[in-house]
Design a protein around this ligand. Structure first.
Ligand SMILES: *[C@@H]1O[C@H](CO)[C@@H](O)[C@H](O)[C@H]1NC(C)=O
Ligand SMILES: *[C@@H]1O[C@H](CO)[C@@H](O)[C@H](O)[C@H]1NC(C)=O
Ligand SMILES: *[C@@H]1O[C@H](CO)[C@@H](O)[C@H](O)[C@H]1NC(C)=O
Ligand SMILES: *[C@@H]1O[C@H](CO)[C@@H](O)[C@H](O)[C@H]1NC(C)=O
Ligand SMILES: *[C@@H]1O[C@H](CO)[C@@H](O)[C@H](O)[C@H]1NC(C)=O
Ligand SMILES: CC(=O)N[C@H]1CO[C@H](CO)[C@@H](O)[C@@H]1O
Length: 498
């Protein structure tokens, strides 16, 4: 029971923080009103801003991926705001995307996995969200809506019409089991049957589809929402008997790039047991992470290659951003369009000795890029406010001039430089189930490196005077069980007992 008082101190600290957070009612979140076009009746509808939403797959912020995408930096960071403290609430594609498009935490969507029974497209439908998520709401509010790319996992060539995804005027979805096949993607347009794009690079296919929908949207009479969801830089998965997740495959024209680039050797990269100047030996993680073996040189070299393949593959997204901005500019719509750029979750490669992957509560996994450019958004501005994926649907409501919903867990994020809104200082991070090493080492459901019970809840807390927690770990004893509280510069996670 040595840490019991520590537990009390820790818990009361957290409770105090939660109280502080809870006492901030949505009404108190004061925001500078956006300088949106106003008018009467029909003209108001006409002048409402357009939204283009680009969402990449597994793109990190912490491993510096954005530094390698100069066009995105030029168009979105320089001409817009970079939200440097933006987090996902669940570091896994499908739960994160459902939270994003509904504005709710995963414990409230109950879509907590990538496959049924706990997640995937069928679970999204079963939870009633197909008639109750962002595109449906935007359409009801007068927007024309379009989507191309990956929507959710377990959205397949078998279930795409049972039912069709609702809420879009035009859609062309990547479908499993070919979603992550960089050279053999399969798409399904509107209510048509699936079409295979064998032999074409996934990036070229989505660029064509995205610009096509953008043209459709631009030629319409109503304001538009166009979502573009490339699968890049997710691992490549080809449909075959034995599942394998390998490095992404860049387009031919980018294969030669970045030969000397390596995963940033930050403090937590493949650490020795005594990896830092702390006074006592300290594994850089707890629970199963503390038992990971240090990676040997061949493994580190492979992971560096994996990293370069991600950066190379991302070049196509960079080109896509450029193409989208140019098309908007040519049409005269750029000035009245918000462009949002983010990813569904982050990614780690070698930090804490982890093989490439996500699903953990570490900074690499939960921090993702967020850029917003558009009317009233400060240019070349870096925003410190803590923002999360569940805030994005509320933010788009704000942009579109729609009244906030009672079932949103998130709140609109500050969009203007002078926003004085009270912001939350915490992010609720939650996760259920597996942690899967991707890449060629330790992959596979039967490999002991696949962790079946990586379930945790965590609070990541950042305020003006604190950035909690620090490099500490606590072992906590409760009447029920021993809990390990994981703190790793990162997030404070309660890992369920082993
Ligand atoms: C969440 O979904 C799972 C799987 O269908 C189900 O067993 C569970 O009861 C659901 N939880 C809630 C709170 O609805
Ligand atoms: C988009 O769909 C909505 C809802 O069905 C409809 O009202 C609107 O007219 C459609 N827009 C176009 C351009 O067809
Ligand atoms: C490519 O995908 C199609 C299905 O869309 C499939 O029939 C074909 O076998 C795949 N090709 C390869 C090489 O896997
Ligand atoms: C390096 O580590 C990997 C992963 O554990 C292992 O498969 C491989 O055999 C090791 N290579 C050497 C040269 O020790
Ligand atoms: C967690 O999973 C491991 C196997 O990955 C298993 O050995 C262990 O018993 C599990 N612990 C709990 C609490 O389920
Ligand atoms: C899992 C882990 O890292 N546990 C360490 C937490 O810190 C104590 C000392 O304060 C170590 O004894 C544990 O090994």
């Amino acid at each position: 029971m040595k840490s019991f008082s520590g537990l009390l101190a820790l818990c009361s600290g957290l409770l105090a923080l939660q109280d502080a957070v809870a006492s901030t009612s949505p009404q108190q979140v004061i925001q500078q009103p956006l300088n949106l076009a106003s008018g009467k009746g029909g003209s108001l509808i006409k002048e409402r801003p357009n939204i283009v939403f680009i969402i990449t797959d597994d793109q990190d912020l912490q491993l510096d991926s954005i530094d390698y995408t100069p066009l995105t930096l030029k168009h979105l960071k320089k001409r817009g705001t970079f939200y440097k403290n933006h987090f996902v609430t669940t570091a896994l594609c499908c739960p994160s995307r459902v939270s994003l498009w509904t504005g709710r935490q995963a414990h409230n969507t109950n879509v907590t996995d990538v496959h049924p029974p706990y997640g995937g497209y069928p679970k999204f439908v079963a939870q009633g969200f197909n008639s109750n998520f962002l595109p449906v709401w935007l359409q009801e509010a007068g927007y024309d809506t379009y989507y191309t790319g990956k929507l959710f996992n377990a959205h397949t060539i078998y279930n795409y019409d049972a039912p069709h995804v609702a809420g879009f005027n035009g859609s062309d979805f990547l479908l499993d089991p070919y979603t992550y096949s960089y050279l053999n993607s399969t798409y399904q347009r509107n209510h048509d049957p699936p079409v295979s794009y064998e032999g074409r690079h996934t990036a070229d296919v989505i660029e064509e589809k995205a610009l096509g929908f953008l043209d459709d949207a631009i030629s319409g009479d109503r304001p538009f929402f166009v979502a573009i969801a490339p699968v890049t830089p997710h691992s490549n998965i080809d449909h075959q008997e034995t599942l394998r997740m390998t490095a992404p495959i860049p387009a031919e024209r980018h294969k030669h790039l970045f030969n000397d680039v390596k995963v940033p050797r930050t403090e937590h990269f493949n650490p020795d047991t005594l990896h830092n100047a702390e006074l006592e030996p300290k594994p850089s993680g707890v629970n199963w992470i503390s038992r990971l073996p240090q990676q040997n040189q061949s493994n580190v070299d492979y992971n560096d290659h994996f990293y370069r393949q991600r950066l190379r593959a991302l070049q196509t997204v960079d080109e896509l951003v450029d193409g989208v901005v140019k098309r908007l500019e040519e049409s005269g719509k750029l000035e009245n369009t918000y462009i949002v750029y983010t990813s569904d979750n982050g990614y780690h490669i070698g930090q804490h000795r982890l093989q490439p992957g996500k699903e953990c509560g570490f900074e690499e996994d939960i921090r993702v890029p967020l850029f917003i450019r558009g009317p009233g958004i400060p240019e070349d501005h870096v925003e410190d406010a803590v923002t999360t994926h569940i805030d994005l649907a509320p933010t788009l409501f704000e942009i579109a001039g729609i009244e906030q919903r009672d079932d949103f867990d998130g709140t609109p994020i500050p969009l203007g430089k002078d926003s004085v809104g009270l912001r939350h200082e915490h992010v609720t991070v939650e996760y259920w189930g597996l942690a899967i090493p991707e890449g060629k080492y330790d992959f596979g459901p039967d490999n002991p490196a696949t962790i079946t019970n990586n379930t945790y809840k965590a609070l990541r807390i950042i305020g003006d005077e604190y950035d909690l927690p620090t490099h500490t770990n606590y072992t906590i004893y409760t009447p029920q069980a021993e809990l390990t509280v994981q703190t790793n510069t990162v997030s404070l996670a309660i890992l369920y007992p082993e």
